[in-house]
Design a protein around this ligand. Structure first.
Ligand code: ATP
Ligand code: MG
Length: 415
């Protein structure tokens, strides 16, 4: 965006920018990579009104929220944002597992063999209105030996891969691009929001052992299951914090704004931890008198919605036989994870250990950025760094493979 003053743009290759266009807020986060550290230099956050359940429904107000968030981050950092990694979410996202198999040409796996097997795994009929977002390798198998993370250089005759493919609706992605273009920003890459959040809240151990990440925002609850270090399942529930606020407004007959306040101040997702005699004063609708409710009544409304969301997620995990394959348990992040009692309730539903995931991985502003509402924005910056570290020539094709693989490929191609 033009600020009318002389500023360095983020074309210089040590600046990383993530823009999270959420249902509740738009965040622009700028970090600088210096001395092997990512230091936050700019943060802008603006209330968002142009999205419904994670999808843009009003271009004009979305553009204005992005402009405002980017402006604040630019002013703070003294940099001009010209490109960014952007989060994408919503009911139009589809995740599915696919496989590919090829013969190894010279009995030793080369870059070209890996390229061919990944291409083979993408041989899936993507509907005309969709586009491929990610190809996330889960496993390589050489001559029936599975569990190979890095196949390059290994001997064999048959190379197989298992991948998780993520597709999105073409128009939804196009709408995000148009909003960014209107702000003078090029989309360097779209990143599935729960994939971005996983970079900032999950440990390598959790991903390796098996864990389920739930990013509960304002409009959507985004799910990603990790096994053996890679994503094996993604899902999206079009319900989250905004629906809880609406439930409260309806049940306690109070305006939405007051319902949102009551939710954050007195809300609890687990009615069993509330004292029976606690009461709250609830503002009446349209000039009506305030009413006194028990805090238990508020908690029951909230609990029911969390139970519905967790129930749907449990069903999806069950359908994919994943429920008993996540020994590291569940990690919940996003603004809607901040409610008291969420972890307790989720532990009861999933019968698994649950923790609330706060983002980390960047230096600076940590007192602000440790809030789960910033999980995606912080993750986008970390994702951007990972992409930057990859071989630039192969980057577009290799987007989601590990860094070692790319470094190896670059060496093979250049020497
Ligand atoms: N302390 C809190 N207790 C309960 N809910 C909270 C709290 N703080 C924020 N929230 C809720 O979190 C939601 C916003 O979360 P977040 O900022 O992660 O959403 P978003 O990323 O904008 O939306 P989405 O990812 O769904 O598009 C709102 O519904 C808000 O009411
Ligand atoms: Mg979000």
């Amino acid at each position: 965006m033009g600020l009318g003053i002389n500023m360095a743009t983020n074309g210089s290759n040590n600046i990383r920018v993530g823009i999270d266009i959420g249902t509740s807020k738009v965040v622009c986060l700028i970090a600088e990579y210096v001395d092997h550290e990512l230091r936050v230099i700019g943060l802008g956050s603006q209330t968002s009104r142009g999205l419904k359940n994670g999808v843009i429904v009003d271009i004009e107000s979305t553009v204005s929220a992005i402009e405002s968030a980017v402006n604040d981050a630019e002013l703070m950092s003294g940099k001009q944002v010209t490109s960014a990694f952007v989060g994408i979410s919503g009911g139009h996202i589809n995740g599915l597992n696919s496989e590919g198999v090829v013969g190894i040409k010279d009995k030793k796996v080369k870059v070209s063999d890996v390229d061919r097997v990944i291409t083979a795994a993408q041989a899936y009929a993507i509907p005309d209105d969709s586009q491929l977002l990610h190809v996330l390798p889960r496993d390589y198998i050489i001559d029936q030996q599975n569990g190979i993370k890095e196949p390059l250089g290994m001997a064999g005759v048959r190379l197989e891969t298992k991948v998780h493919l993520v597709t999105c609706n073409r128009n939804s992605a196009q709408n995000i691009s148009s909003c960014m273009k209107a702000c003078g920003i090029t989309v360097e890459g779209f990143v599935l929001e729960q994939l971005a959040s996983s970079y900032s809240v999950l440990s390598e151990d959790e991903k390796e052992l098996g864990t389920c990440l739930i990013d509960m925002g304002g409009g959507t609850s985004d799910v990603a299951v990790f096994q053996n270090g890679a994503i094996s399942h993604t899902a999206n529930i079009p319900t989250s914090g905004d629906h809880i606020t609406k439930d409260i407004a309806r049940a306690l007959q109070t305006p939405s704004m007051q319902a949102e306040e009551l939710k954050k101040k007195y809300g609890c997702a687990s009615s069993s931890i509330i004292h029976e005699n606690e009461t709250i004063e609830v503002p009446g609708m349209a000039g009506r008198k305030n009413k006194i409710f028990s805090r238990m009544a508020l908690a029951s409304v909230i609990e029911q919605r969390y139970l519905d969301i967790f129930g749907l997620i449990k069903q999806k995990l069950n359908l994919s036989s994943l429920e008993n394959n996540i020994p590291a348990g569940i990690v919940i992040t996003g603004g809607t994870s901040r409610m008291e009692g969420v972890a307790q309730l989720a532990e009861e539903v999933f019968n698994a250990p649950v923790r609330i995931g706060s983002p980390s991985g960047l230096i600076g502003l940590s007192d602000i950025l440790r809030n789960p509402i910033y999980a995606t924005a912080v993750g986008l910056v970390l994702y951007s760094q990972k992409s930057q570290e990859e071989d630039h020539m192969n980057y577009l094709f290799m987007k989601d493979k590990n860094i070692f693989n790319k470094a190896f490929r670059w060496i093979q191609n250049n020497f």
